[in-house]
Design a protein around this ligand. Structure first.
Ligand SMILES: *[C@@H]1O[C@H](CO)[C@@H](O)[C@H](O)[C@H]1NC(C)=O
Ligand SMILES: *[C@@H]1O[C@H](CO)[C@@H](O)[C@H](O)[C@H]1NC(C)=O
Ligand SMILES: *[C@@H]1O[C@H](CO)[C@@H](O)[C@H](O)[C@H]1NC(C)=O
Ligand SMILES: *[C@@H]1O[C@H](CO)[C@@H](O)[C@H](O)[C@H]1NC(C)=O
Length: 439
């Protein structure tokens, strides 16, 4: 091992912030289709999710199409492999991290797997599908786990720097997905430490609401509701970003989650207001949201939270459309963040047929709004965010034609193992069920 090179790489990694760089368009892509997304405007694809075996080595994804994936890889694109993502995998990660020996085995196995399948890096996604509520009190377990994650991060950083120095290859990227809830961020993540060892942090600014809440609310508001109180004031994207930056993390090290789905609630009383008693009944992909708008759902924009909801009968969906996404992307620019994470790109309208907004309207919107933009580390010189609703009437623009035929990959029966389907993404409202069945 060349010690000088190793040290140099580590020092360079430490001082390098992402200033002056291209705005990252990070597209999470779930493995269940087994194909590569044709989302050309993504700068990074994060392929989900790899498993940690009982022997603590990293192996293929659940449906294991790593080989096919590699063969269709675009050389300009950076492709990362995400590990974790489901409750079972998160539990396994906790066990792996708890012993020096098993951590070391994992670290070495990641280099081998990533290089074998020509990935450009790894994303540690040990965040549950559904956001945990605020912890009652940080117990010893939480304190230990927080330290272990920082340790793993540093060990991976050293491994990748060493490997790059030894082989002359481009260093593997390391990113970490962190919670979007202030209380969780405080208790579970040593943010300044993680920002030093990771290339950047993905902030899970969605799934703020789910089955544990028993009320209808938006799962990914940009701002808090005007009448929000106590903890509810922190269940929004702005609070998460402001909190992380207040710990000293350079904003360009953060990527901000943009959900490509809404969360549906069914009211359990006669009251139809947000905050009323309700049951969470599932997640609705962006392409499906377009069809809803065409089939009589009523859209209402929440001016305080900067996001829309749609209502029909006793159901309400809190979601994002191109109008709220534009506000969120502008927010990311105003806050000098390094990029956005589209979660998942599978739910964007790949054919352009469901939403009549062209192919990949979400990815294209991010590209369009950030094409001549570079991330800066200087203090902001621009005006504060103008969160007034954009003047264009986008409801009109996005009204799609109803399509009888659906893209194949959206048909839940096609090409997926029922078990795998349940595990991936958006088990959303079924957290406890998924947990029970995984074991
Ligand atoms: C990429 O984004 C640009 C700008 O929004 C858009 O015009 C173009 O169609 C997009 N390309 C693809 C392949 O999505
Ligand atoms: C980006 O810059 C180029 C060259 O200056 C210009 O032609 C183009 O219109 C700009 N695009 C946007 C979206 O502002
Ligand atoms: C904010 O945007 C709205 C709509 O585009 C505009 O009418 C308003 O003047 C803007 N406010 C500021 C302070 O720029
Ligand atoms: C936007 O357009 C829709 C459909 O044309 C219309 O029903 C709605 O009133 C418009 N909203 C505003 C604020 O102009």
């Amino acid at each position: 091992m060349n010690l000088a090179l190793l040290l140099l790489s580590i020092i360079l990694a430490l001082i390098k912030a992402d200033c002056g760089e291209e705005f990252k368009i990070i597209c999470y892509f779930s493995s269940w289709t087994g194909i590569h997304p044709e989302a050309k405007n993504c700068t990074h694809i994060v392929y989900t999710f790899a498993r940690i075996e009982d022997d603590n080595t990293l192996t293929g994804v659940w449906s294991n199409p790593l080989k096919e994936f590699k063969n269709t890889k675009d050389p300009d694109l950076k492709v990362l492999l995400a590990v974790g993502g489901q409750d079972y995998a998160i539990k396994r990660a906790g066990e792996m991290m708890s012993k020096d020996e098993s951590r070391q085995k994992f670290v070495i196995s990641t280099t081998k797997l990533l290089r074998t399948h020509e990935f450009d890096g790894i994303d540690l996604n040990f965040e549950p599908n559904e956001a945990l509520g605020p912890p009652s009190s940080p117990n010893q377990q939480v304190i230990d786990d927080k330290k272990k994650l920082s340790t793993l991060c540093k060990e991976l950083q050293e491994e990748y720097a060493e490997e790059a120095g030894r082989t002359g290859r481009t260093r593997l990227l390391l990113t970490i997905t962190v919670s979007g809830i202030k209380k969780q961020l405080e208790s579970r993540f040593d943010l300044p430490e993680l920002a030093k060892c990771a290339d950047w942090l993905n902030v899970q600014t969605y799934d703020y609401r789910g089955s544990h809440d028993k009320i209808a609310d938006h799962h990914s508001p940009l701002m808090h509701a005007k009448n929000a109180e106590d903890n509810d004031k922190d269940l929004n994207q702005n609070s998460a970003i402001k909190f992380i930056v207040s710990t000293g993390v350079e904003p360009s090290k953060l990527s901000f989650g943009l959900p490509a789905y809404g969360k549906k609630f069914r009211f359990t009383s006669d009251s139809r207001d947000m905050g009323s008693a309700a049951t969470c009944v599932g997640s609705v992909p962006y392409i499906e949201l377009c069809r809803n708008i065409a089939s009589g759902w009523q859209r209402i924009f929440l001016d305080d939270r900067k996001v829309p909801i749609m209502m029909k009968g006793d159901e309400v969906i809190g979601y994002d459309d191109l109008q709220s996404m534009e506000l969120k992307i502008n927010y990311a620019k105003e806050q000098r963040l390094g990029g956005v994470v589209i979660y998942p790109v599978n739910f964007d309208d790949s054919s352009g047929q469901s939403c009549s907004q062209g192919k990949f309207p979400i990815v294209s919107l991010v590209k369009q709004l950030t094409s001549n933009y570079t991330v800066s580390c200087l203090p902001p010189t621009t005006q504060p965010l103008n969160t007034t609703v954009a003047p264009r009437n986008r409801t009109k623009n996005i009204t799609p034609k109803w399509k009888q035929s659906r893209p194949d990959y959206f048909n839940p029966g096609i090409g997926l193992h029922p078990k795998v389907h349940r595990r991936l993404f958006i088990s959303a409202c079924m957290n406890s069920v998924a947990k029970k069945k995984e074991t």
